[in-house]
Design a protein around this ligand. Structure first.
Ligand SMILES: [Zn+2]
Ligand SMILES: [Zn+2]
Length: 80
C-alpha cells in the first residue's frame, strides 16, 4: 500500500472548490492557504478530514460568515 504523503510535491494534490470562489483548496493540506484558510483554518473535522473555509458575506454590522466545507464529509462537517 502506498504511504500517505503529507506534502504533495511529488504527486499531484487533489483540490476542491466550494462557496463563491473558484480558488482551489488542497485536500488534506493542513497548510492550505486558499480562501479563508491560513489562520484558523483548515480545522480538523470529527470525520478525520479537514474543514476548509471561504469568505461568505458580511452584513452592515461587520458580522461575517464563512463557507465551511470538509474535504471528506462535506457540508456536514463538525470541528473537533
Ligand atoms: Zn483550504
Ligand atoms: Zn468532515
Amino acid at each position: 500500500m502506498a504511504d500517505v504523503t503529507e506534502r504533495g510535491e511529488d504527486n499531484p494534490t487533489s483540490t476542491f472548490i466550494f462557496g463563491d470562489t473558484d480558488e482551489p483548496h488542497d485536500v488534506g493540506d493542513t497548510n492550505c492557504s486558499a480562501g479563508w484558510c491560513g489562520n484558523e483554518f483548515p480545522k480538523p473535522c470529527k470525520c478525520g478530514g479537514l474543514i476548509h473555509a471561504n469568505f461568505g458575506d458580511e452584513n452592515a454590522d461587520c458580522d461575517y460568515w464563512l463557507y465551511e466545507r470538509c474535504n471528506k464529509c462535506g457540508e456536514d462537517c463538525e470541528p473537533i
